[in-house]
Design a protein. Structure first.
Length: 245
């Protein structure tokens, strides 16, 4: 599960990198504030690039919900859906047959730009968070799907079976987010893809040599500690860890 991300770049940097424009100028100041740790289960607002309007950055709620829900029902829905993961992630293997995902996979795909994301490593029953971030870029493009509910957009990050690297780090769930290359970004938002073409993007390996990854503070998982601070991206050495990184 990918339930923890970071987005610290300005809206202008996002616009320049992805050649898009913010859809609602009144939200620029809000999204210019860096967030070093964003928790999916809080159903935070992030900026996404939606397939239906691939030239814009649009605010969206993290946690995909069915389109037959109303905005007023979302809070109750998320409370009930928490036992199923809260819609934070969507398994790519189920993208074409899950009752919710199949409504979006052809026409409502999206890119979720993040500065980094975090995954837990289990060692003797204790969780140690690792951060993954790009070596030479400001963003990682995660693949997602979304729904429209009234005037709101809800989304989920697509995940797949872990590569050997991610299986080594995320060694309990053995999952990883679907990451897109620069070439795949444009294809992912194309309206002309058939199922085989979508699956090919979902299943293509990402060049993990482009990623830095290392352990960070366990404060990331402490609900009573404010981990939305710059220091949460700093490397922490744990002598007890046996994993090589």
């Amino acid at each position: 599960m990918c339930a923890h991300t970071s987005q610290i770049q300005t809206v202008e940097k996002l616009e320049e990198h992805y050649k898009v424009k913010l859809s609602d100028e009144s939200k620029r100041e809000l999204f210019d504030v860096p967030h070093y740790h964003i928790i999916g289960f809080t159903h935070a607002q992030l900026l996404i690039i939606p397939q239906e309007k691939s030239g814009v950055l649009a605010a969206a709620t993290w946690g995909i919900a069915p389109e037959d829900k109303s905005v007023d029902e979302l809070k109750a829905y998320y409370k009930e859906a928490a036992k199923f993961g809260g819609g934070i992630n969507a398994r790519s293997e189920k993208a074409f047959d899950h009752f919710l995902y199949k409504q979006s996979i052809f026409t409502k795909r999206c890119i979720i730009p993040v500065s980094a994301f975090f995954e837990p490593h289990d060692h003797k029953g204790n969780k140690y968070p690792f951060v993954f971030k790009p070596k030479d870029k400001d963003f990682i493009s995660l693949a997602g799907i979304y729904t429209r509910i009234g005037n709101k957009v809800t989304f989920a990050i697509l995940t797949k079976e872990a590569s050997p690297l991610f299986a080594k780090i995320h060694n309990k769930k053995n999952r990883q987010p679907v990451m897109l290359t620069a070439e795949q970004e444009k294809n992912w938002l194309s309206n002309d893809l058939n199922q085989d073409e979508v699956e090919a993007i979902l299943n293509q390996d990402y060049d993990e040599a482009q990623l830095d990854y290392y352990p960070v503070s366990q404060d990331l998982f402490h609900p009573k500690v404010n981990s939305d601070v710059e220091a949460i991206l700093e490397k922490v050495e744990y002598e007890e860890l046996e994993v090589n990184y």
